[in-house]
Design a protein around this ligand. Structure first.
Ligand SMILES: [Zn+2]
Length: 335
């Protein structure tokens, strides 16, 4: 085995990386080689001399100016001389190579694989498993490495646009029914409404029942996502539209409902609107759909009752209560 390969492999076994620092011939008239090796943690923290690094928030550097250095000289063919120039590391050695960004560094082939998977919208956990399957010998990458790569791919796809501009560009390209409102002073986007053209067709056929629900704190911008769902005569649900609003206020919901109303004509209105107990939404519905009936969603009522009951009784008593009542219900149904 070559001395260099031995140095790399032994380093990996012991828990530190080895990088080639320089590469020279031993003399002018010989093919014998010599090499300096250093620790990849060597080098200064880039924050001191890199203006870019100062701009980036939440970054940490692994470089700690480790001085480890050794020299390997080929004295005869396949005979190597090791000279330890500085034999100490100023950092802890890696105990677990899985997730270590030096040991699990991606090569060209792996990068191409990750890029293809990211473009096909595969989740990072599955990409990670895929990489491990391709090469079980290699240390597993950490999730952050895959996130970083996928962000790079996404940024390339966006072609210089920011995510919001990209979303609107895609909506225009795919002929979504879309509306948006921006703040006059700050020019920030405050309301967005989007509906797929096929969803609009479905909604025009099955407009009788509409379910509306919003989720909070699930996206980067912390905007509540309002989802509107319709029901077909066979009981299947379909998504009518999505909307993002800055505040869960009555005004925000009224805007969303008006845009939803615009998907239908003035005469036709949904018979029933089902929602949870969101006050802003409850206030907005009668002003936009005065003739539609409003129902509270049973699932949400049950979830709230359960949460309250758990708080008062604890998990065990609540489970017993549910089991008991289910039992009673079954007995009653059978008799
Ligand atoms: Zn080191």
């Amino acid at each position: 085995m070559e001395g260099f390969t031995w140095a790399f492999e032994t380093g990996l076994k012991l828990g530190f990386g080895v990088k080639r620092a320089s590469n020279k011939r031993v003399g002018r008239h010989t093919s014998l080689k010599q090499d300096y090796f250093a620790c990849p943690m060597g080098g200064r923290c880039p924050v001191n001399n890199d203006a870019d690094a100062l701009m980036r928030a939440n970054t940490v550097t692994a470089w700690c100016n480790c001085k480890f250095q050794m020299k390997i000289v080929e004295i005869q063919e396949n005979k190597w001389n090791f000279v330890m120039l500085f034999g100490f590391h100023n950092h802890a050695l890696t105990l677990y190579c899985d997730g270590d960004r030096y040991f699990a560094k991606f090569d060209e082939e792996e990068l191409a694989y990750i890029d293809a998977q990211v473009r096909a919208h595969v989740r990072p956990a599955i990409i990670s498993a895929g990489l491990h399957q391709r090469n079980p010998e290699k240390s597993r990458p950490n999730r952050r490495q895959i996130y970083n790569r996928s962000q790079k791919v996404r940024a390339e796809e966006r072609d210089g646009r920011n995510p919001v501009q990209h979303m609107i560009a895609l909506a225009v390209q795919h002929k979504y029914v879309h509306y948006w409102v921006t703040d006059r002073e700050t020019e920030e986007l405050t309301h967005v409404f989007m509906a797929h053209p096929e969803a609009v067709k479905m909604f025009r056929s099955y407009y009788y029942v509409v379910l509306i629900n919003s989720t909070y704190k699930t996206n980067l911008y912390r905007l509540p996502l309002v989802e509107m769902v319709g029901v077909t005569p066979v009981g299947k649900t379909f998504v009518i539209a999505y909307a993002l609003v800055t505040h869960e206020s009555e005004d925000g919901y009224r805007w969303v409902l008006q845009k939803r109303k615009a998907l239908l004509n003035d005469v036709v209105q949904p018979n029933v609107i089902v929602t949870d107990c969101e006050q802003g939404l409850l206030n907005a519905i009668p002003t936009v759909f005065p003739e539609s009936s409003h129902l509270l969603c049973l699932w949400h009522i049950y979830a709230n009752v359960e949460m309250r009951a758990l708080h008062i009784t604890g998990r065990d008593s609540w489970d017993k209560f549910i089991t008991c009542n289910l039992f009673k219900a079954v007995v009653e149904a059978e008799t």
